[in-house]
Design a protein around this ligand. Structure first.
Ligand code: GDP
Ligand code: MG
Length: 436
C-alpha cells in the first residue's frame, strides 16, 4: 500500500524546509500530468491540483523527506477525501428493497446485476433479478444465464414491451416468493438519448427504488464525466458503479465522476467472473491513480529538479568510475538538508532502484560522516590505500571502531562495484546502438 509506505518513509526521516511556490511548481505540474494520464478529466485535474497547491503552500515540512514528497502525501490524502473519504455501503431498504440499474449499453449493467445478486446472496439475502431490457432478447437470456450461474431467480417476460409493467410484476412475484431484494436490469443505448432517459426515469418514478445505481465503464475515461452528468441530471441517482477496472485501467474516472456529480461510488467491477466485484475504497483508488503516474519517478524528478547540477556532476563521475568518498560525503551533506539517503542515491541518473537495495539506513549517517571526515583527501579519493594501520587511525579519529570502518569500506566497495557493472551494461548498450 503506497500511502502506508509513504507514511513510514515520513516517520523515519527528518528534514527541514517549507513548501514554497518555487519548489512546488514542478511537482504540481507532474501531479497534474499523472492525474490526466490516469484518465482524470482534464478540467477536474486542473481544479484539483490548484486546490492541492493552495493547501500545500507554506506548509511546514517537519517530518518529510522533501517538499516534493510531502506534496505527494498531501495529494494522496486530498484525492482520498475528494472521493468521499470512506467506503459507502449499498442501501437495502423496504420489502422488497429495489435496486435500479442504469447506464449506457455495454457499460456492464447486466454483468454487474449478476455480480450484485451473487454478492447480496452471500450476505444471506434472497434476491430476484429482473430483466427489463425489452429491446434485446439476447439481454434476457444473458441475465438468465448469469442468474443460473450464481443461483439466483430471474424474472422475465420476453413478450412484454413495457418495462414498468414487467418490473411491477417482478415486485409482486418477489413478495409472493419471499425475495427481499429486487435488482432491475434495464436497457441502455450507445449514447445518451431522450428515449432511454425517459424510460429509466419512468421506472424510477414507478418503483421508488432504495438504490438507483449508475453503471459506467471506467475505460471510457474522459467521456465518463459527461455520461454521469447526463444521467444524474435526469435520475438523481444514489450511487455509481465503476466497471472494467481490471488490468491496467487507471481509475481516474472515479475522481472525475465523484467531483462532477458528487455521488458516492459504491462498487467496482474488476473482471468478467461473477466474483469480480468489490466495494469502493477511496484510499485505494487514490493510490491507484497516483501509482499510475508512478509516484516514485515523480519524487525522483522533483528531487532532481532541486539539484540537477550536482546530479550531472555525479553522474559523470560515476560513468568514469571515479565516484569517491568525497562525493559520498557531499551526498551526505545533501541528505542532511533534504532527507533520505537511499532516495538521494536513487536519484542519481542511471542508478535508480538498484542503489536502494544497498543497506544503508538513516541512522548510520553520523558514524559514516565521522569516518569519512577522519580520512585524508588521498584516502577519500583512493580507498584501496586504506590499510590496517590507516583503519586504526581513522577509527580512533572518528570515535568509531575498526569493524565499523571496515563495514563502510565494504559497502562503499560494493556500491562502486555496482556502479561499474551498470556502467558496463550501459556501455554495452551504447556499443550496440552504435553498431545499428
Ligand atoms: P450492458 O449492456 O450494460 O448490460 O453490459 P454487459 O453487462 O452486457 O457488458 C458488456 C461487456 O462488457 C460484456 O462483454 C461483459 O462481459 C463485459 N464486462 C462487464 N463488466 C466487466 C468488467 O468488470 N471487466 C471486464 N473486463 N469486462 C466486463
Ligand atoms: Mg445488458
Amino acid at each position: 500500500n503506497l500511502s502506508l509506505k509513504l507514511d513510514k518513509a515520513f516517520q523515519n526521516l527528518k528534514g527541514q524546509g517549507r513548501i514554497t511556490e518555487i519548489n512546488v511548481a514542478t511537482t504540481i505540474k507532474e501531479i497534474r500530468k499523472a492525474l490526466i494520464d490516469a484518465d482524470v478529466n482534464y478540467k477536474v485535474a486542473k481544479e484539483v491540483t490548484d486546490e492541492i497547491k493552495e493547501k500545500a503552500l507554506g506548509e511546514d515540512v517537519l517530518t518529510a523527506i522533501s517538499p516534493g514528497q510531502l506534496l505527494i502525501k498531501i495529494t494522496n490524502d486530498e484525492l482520498t477525501a475528494l472521493m468521499g473519504g470512506k467506503s459507502e455501503d449499498i442501501v437495502i431498504e423496504g420489502n422488497p428493497s429495489i435496486i435500479l440499474i442504469a447506464g449506457l449499453q455495454g457499460s456492464g449493467k447486466t454483468t454487474f446485476s449478476g455480480k450484485l445478486a451473487s454478492y447480496l446472496k452471500k450476505q444471506g439475502r434472497s434476491v430476484l433479478l429482473t430483466a427489463c431490457d425489452i429491446y434485446r432478447p439476447a439481454a434476457i437470456d444473458q441475465l438468465k444465464v448469469l442468474g443460473e450461474q450464481v443461483g439466483v431467480d430471474v424474472y422475465a417476460e420476453p413478450e412484454n414491451k413495457d418495462a414498468v409493467k414487467i418490473a411491477s410484476a417482478a415486485i409482486e412475484y418477489a413478495k409472493k416468493n419471499n425475495h427481499r431484494v429486487v435488482i432491475v436490469d434495464t436497457a441502455g443505448r450507445l449514447a445518451v438519448d431522450e428515449e432511454m432517459m425517459n424510460e429509466i426515469a419512468r421506472l424510477k418514478d414507478a418503483l421508488k427504488p432504495a438504490e438507483t445505481l449508475f453503471v459506467v465503464d471506467s475505460m471510457t475515461g474522459q467521456d465518463a464525466v459527461n455520461t454521469a452528468k447526463a444521467f444524474n441530471d435526469r435520475l438523481n441517482f444514489n450511487g455509481v458503479v465503476l466497471t472494467k477496472l481490471d488490468g491496467d485501467t487507471r481509475g481516474g474516472a472515479a475522481l472525475s465522476i465523484r467531483r462532477v456529480v458528487d455521488k458516492p461510488i459504491k462498487f467496482v467491477s474488476t473482471g468478467e467472473k461473477m466474483e469480480a466485484i468489490d466495494r469502493f475504497y477511496p484510499d485505494r483508488m487514490a493510490s491507484r491513480i497516483l501509482g499510475m503516474g508512478d509516484v516514485v519517478t515523480l519524487v525522483e524528478k522533483a528531487q532532481q529538479a532541486f539539484d540537477e547540477e550536482e546530479a550531472k556532476r555525479l553522474s559523470k563521475k560515476i560513468r568514469k568510475n571515479q565516484f569517491d568518498f568525497n562525493d559520498f560525503l557531499s551526498q551526505l551533506e545533501q541528505v542532511k538538508k533534504m532527507g533520505n539517503m537511499k532516495d538521494l542515491l536513487g536519484m542519481i541518473p542511471g542508478m535508480g532502484k538498484a542503489m536502494k537495495e544497498i543497506d544503508i539506513d538513516d541512522n548510520s549517517f553520523k558514524p559514516i560522516e565521522a569516518i569519512i571526515r577522519s580520512m585524508t583527501n588521498q584516502e577519500r579519493e583512493n580507498p584501496d590505500m586504506i590499510n590496517a594501520s590507516r583503519k586504526n587511525r581513522i577509527a580512533v579519529g572518528s570515535g568509531t571502531s575498526v569493524p565499523q570502518v571496515n563495514q563502510l569500506l565494504k559497502q562503499f566497495g560494493e556500491m562502486r562495484k555496482m556502479m561499474k557493472t551498470m556502467n558496463k551494461m550501459g556501455g554495452g548498450k551504447r556499443a550496440l546502438s552504435a553498431l545499428n
